[in-house]
Design a protein around this ligand. Sequence first.
Ligand code: ATP
Length: 646
Amino acid sequence: MPDAITDAPVPEQPAPDTVEADVRHEFEEGELDLPYWLTSTEEAANTSFGRMLRRLPKLLGEAWLLAWRVDPWTAAGLAVLQIAAGAASALGVISVVGVFNGLLQAGPTPDRVRAAIPSLVLLVGAVSLRGALVSGAAAANGRLTPKVYQAAQMRLLTLTTRVDLATFDDPSWRDAMERARDRGINAAEQLVDRAIELVTNIVGIAAAAGVLLVLHPVLLPLLVLSVLPVAWASVRSARLERRRVLRLIAVWRRQRMLFDLLAAREPAPEMRAFTLREFMLAEVRRLIAKSTDEEIRVNTRRVRTSLIGTALSAVATGVTYAVLFWLLWTGRMELAAGGGAAYAINMGIGKLRELTLTANRAFEMGLYFDDFQGFCELSRQRAEPTPDGVAPRSFREITLDRVTFRYPDADNPAVRDISLTLRKGEVIALVGENGSGKSTLAAVIAGLYRPQEGSVTWDGFDVTGLDPETLRERVAVVMQEPTRWPMSARTNITIGRHDRAVTVQTVHEAARAGDAHDFVMELSRQYETLLSRHFTDGADLSGGQWQRLAVSRAFYRDAPLLICDEPTANLDARAEHDVYQRLRELAAGRTVVLITHRMASVRDADRIYVLDHGSVVEQGDHSTLMASGGIYSQLFTLQASAYQSA
Ligand SMILES: Nc1ncnc2c1ncn2[C@@H]1O[C@H](COP(=O)(O)OP(=O)(O)OP(=O)(O)O)[C@@H](O)[C@H]1O
């Protein structure tokens, strides 16, 4: 989208429509025709068939295991009912053949009817029994599949929330997550169904095949042959659809992102202010057109494939019946047996088609369930290690020794070779230009990212040996872009220590410390006001008010290490002054890491680290750094002079 526009080559003195054409050209290539970021999924689509066939039994087993874990009694009941239904339908086939045998045998008609009656009674019994069993199975299924869906959803969320933070910046993991979420969860549910259906079909076919084998062995392979083209067509069709999904998954993601942007409250003002409506709609239209074209193309190919399969199958069925007639013609088979055989062939073809369709659906769902399982496995590999060590309740010293951290897929480290020490009761400031690595370093200190090189120690304990959750229990963070939790004002504060019993006094204290109390009291339901305009009676706050709530949340957390990433960027001058005043009070006995671009706020810090391109280039207190005449003194003087001249 916009990046494609900026990257587009612009001729020196272009005619306006030449630029338009270039831009459009660049634009169109970006999404579908040049999907370098889709290469891996393309490969998956190409290589998945053989692998998938080999994996299918295992996947069916895994889906079944999921169902078994969720509700073993219902799962077992369902399996028994479905298999019994298959057996009843097999009995039906055999009894119909018996009816034919009776009716077509030699002798007077009343004798023939009499001979057919026992089989007819058996047939009625088998059909009724099958009906009852199928209803029972449907009831069990209705109970089981929602639970499987729920279990799959919970597994996905549990694993997603357990991966380490850096994994969220890995696009391949995000793609895998989208695929697992979009289709994988459904596939888990459906695969359980398909696994059972497959068994039922196989029982039914075994009956038809048994009958044919007894009547004449040559009929069975012919029967199989007549269904093979349909099977081929179904599998090919599933692969085409799967390839479409893989090709378009990133386009759909983008489409959904744009859809959310167009429908969400937050970007709505800017969308109007910049008159972006047509621009954005055009982009959505373009993406929809791309995916619709692809869908039509694939649908046409699927229909063509199905037509070829059906035509070939019709020819093979014709051959089967021709062979049957030949057997009757040449006296190799009795007429009575011929009637039964014709019925068994008809039934067999129907059952085999059902089996093919079920197997195909199982195959298709297996592909998506494979995605789901693959994502679960990937997330397990990326799960944060949870060593047994417990972080000390408080600490005297946190030391970073030659720490380097690189985001996934990034060319350069965001912080490199950094050594520093934070002592209890100190206020440490991190300053530097945009992108110099301050937030990343703060996240490393907070235990949110694990550095690839170097070590972080708390009172000499290497954090790699400590359970990260216990470490974070000791840290309070005011994020640069605090999350606007769509919950009440009270919860927005108490979520900072959600497991602590809430008292009015502690909530008010934290809110006062973060300068949030006064405006919260002005809300329609004060602390109980829902902070989301998406719901009736919900309220929204200004950027500064949200920031004050975030500061209050951090105060409420009451942790020995407080990390503030530009806590006052949206605050007015008075609120900023008050917050810093309280931060200084709070710092007594605690450690504060402060990131800010407002140089006046850091002059009282015990130590200031100046970052540039991920490295510490200067350090010391305010007067030392001013005296050295480096970046810090330049930035400070620049800001001070701006105020003085104003
Ligand atoms: N999630 C991420 N994935 C990949 N790269 C990132 C990510 N976050 C930051 N970076 C990159 O890491 C570098 C350091 O970013 P960081 O946010 O730490 O800088 P900063 O000094 O806090 O900037 P600012 O003053 O603008 O907040 C930048 O080059 C940035 O592009």
